[in-house]
Design a protein around this ligand. Structure first.
Ligand code: NG6
Ligand code: CA
Length: 511
């Protein structure tokens, strides 16, 4: 009996990997915006329920060490698409309204890999990776390219940046949807005229007040970052975004049901301005931040319903993840902090959005594949940056040696292959290229702050203006909340980790 067991296991492993490659599952990546580790009932939230995601968590693999690569949006999305850390490339920090496409045309993206494997590819939801050529930016009234179509996506239906930035219009493939040529869209960072109404001049008319920034052009009673005029027929209502993503995703899935596909579904929830549909407003009693989580959960439920209806659930690997950790006040007075009660968005972790502490990047991460992934909780380390190499492995397409240089194939852990290991380390960054890093290796965590300004101000808002040392060391096994700096007690570990991190940065790759 005993002697046959390993053989049986080996046969099973072999069979399952062959099976996986032959099967070429569809891949649906559902990325939330600013969703924290503690923001789902499957991750410990008790103040409200997220039943649709919880069902995937209970029926799939729920990761306790799932990461995104950065604690802001643009660098995480850049790394997810390119499989390489955003700190390796300048200009990958939070993209402005007129920012150009930050993914170089010659990068091999996760969408390119999918296409090589014969998949149809789509991105629906928030983009925030810039559009148009470097030095030019988007031509709002013309053909907007390069964009997603030039880096591997067959189809896109997008919010160009993030909804607290102008403009509030949809981009379908290369064009703004519903634009009236007689009312051209203008987007800029300077006030277009003296009498242009802004969040400052017309503050009393706003339906949601701003708390910092976000005081330029007003649309739908909400003032934004940046200015725009025109394009009135094309403008959407914030409340309808969630429904629109589902409408467009469903239509695309319907059309592409009979061939393998990769869909990147990038919800805008729960980024500011948090303005969920009226039917979700008040759903939790914790304010619009939590109501937006419930709206996101609804979207996940709708996508799963569509997969079931089209008979695709058994053929689709679904990953639910986030682009960075949580934030309470991100510029609007929606009173997320005041209304949160006992809810802790970062779960047990320190820091959140903008931080290299665990709360900035350790976020919900669930892999679900009906009938293929056995329900389990996994403590293996996985990251959104790994999805490129993982998709390549599952789709059976080779990963070029010089592409996706930081992306690891974690398909074994996602699928629960016996004995499969996740990453042995992960590098965390805050916004693009500031030189602040978290470096987790096993259960050690080195924090490195290179920039004085970040050390003093940005990194941890509750410590604003309190200097923190350039290096800190935490033992995550004993101290997941990174409360006790043990740097002085472990000089050898510190030196090793510093050298390893510096080596990975200098090498230009980790794969
Ligand atoms: C910051 C914005 C914040 C948010 C963030 C990007 C201010 C004061 N703050 O600059 O509101 O938009 O950028 O968030 O303007 S992200 O999730 O898309 O990275
Ligand atoms: Ca975000």
């Amino acid at each position: 009996m005993h002697s046959r067991f390993p053989l049986f296991l080996a046969a099973l492993t072999l069979a399952s990997s062959v099976f996986a490659a032959a099967e070429k599952p569809n891949v649906l990546v559902i990325m939330a915006d600013d969703l924290g580790y503690g923001d789902l009932s499957s991750y410990g939230a008790t103040a409200f329920k997220t039943p649709h995601i919880d069902r995937l968590a209970a029926g799939g693999r729920r990761f306790t060490s799932g990461y995104c690569t950065a604690s802001t949006c643009t660098p995480t999305r850049y790394s997810f698409l390119t499989g390489s850390y955003a700190f390796r490339r300048k200009g990958t920090g939070i993209a402005p309204p007129n920012g150009h496409l930050v993914v170089p045309a010659d990068a091999v993206t996760i969408a390119d890999l999918a296409k090589t494997a014969g998949y149809r590819t789509a991105v629906i939801g928030k983009w925030h990776l810039g559009l148009g050529a470097e030095g030019k930016g988007p031509d709002w009234n013309g053909e907007i390219k390069p964009g997603p179509r030039e880096i591997g996506f067959d189809y896109n239906f997008l919010l160009p940046t993030t909804n607290d930035r102008v403009p509030q219009v949809y981009l379908e493939n290369h064009r703004v949807v519903g634009l009236d040529p007689k009312d051209p869209l203008w987007v800029g960072d300077k006030k277009p005229s003296e009498d242009h109404p802004t969040g400052i001049t017309h503050r009393t008319t706003l339906k949601m007040d701003w708390s910092h920034g976000h005081n330029a052009t007003i649309h739908n009673g909400i003032s934004r970052i940046g200015f725009y005029t025109g394009g009135h027929a094309a403008r959407f209502r914030d409340e309808d975004l969630g429904d629109k993503w589902i409408e467009k995703a469903n239509a695309w899935l319907e059309t592409n049901r009979s061939q393998p596909f990769f869909m990147f579904f990038a919800s805008h929830d729960l980024h500011v301005p948090r303005m969920p549909h009226e039917r979700f407003q008040g759903a939790t009693g914790l304010g619009f931040r939590a109501d937006s989580i419930v709206q996101f959960d609804w979207q996940v439920g709708e996508l799963m319903k569509t997969l079931e209806r089209l008979g695709l659930a058994e053929k689709t690997l679904v990953v639910v993840c986030s682009d960075n950790g949580p934030v309470m006040d991100d510029g609007y007075k929606d009173f997320a902090l005041e209304k949160r009660g006992e809810h802790r968005a970062g779960g047990p972790f320190r820091g959140g959005k903008y931080s290299v502490y665990e709360g900035g990047t350790r976020t919900p991460f669930i892999a679900y594949w009906k009938g293929r992934i056995q329900p389990a909780v996994s403590d293996e380390i996985v990251s959104t940056i790994d999805l490129a190499a993982t998709l390549a492995a599952l789709a059976g397409t080779p990963l070029p040696a010089d592409a996706c240089v930081d992306s690891m194939d974690v398909s074994g852990v996602l699928l629960g292959k016996p004995g499969a290991k996740g990453r042995d380390h992960v590098i965390q960054q805050d916004n693009g290229g500031t030189g602040n890093f978290g470096f987790r290796a096993g259960n050690w965590k080195l924090v490195r702050y290179d920039t004085k300004s970040a050390r003093n101000v940005v990194v941890e808002r509750q410590l604003a203006n309190t200097p923190v040392p350039q290096f800190q060391l935490f033992d995550l096994a004993k101290d997941p909340g990174e409360k006790t700096d043990v740097l002085a007690q472990h000089p050898d570990v510190v030196e090793q980790l510093k050298a390893r991190l510096a080596g990975y940065i200098a090498a230009g790759r980790t794969r």
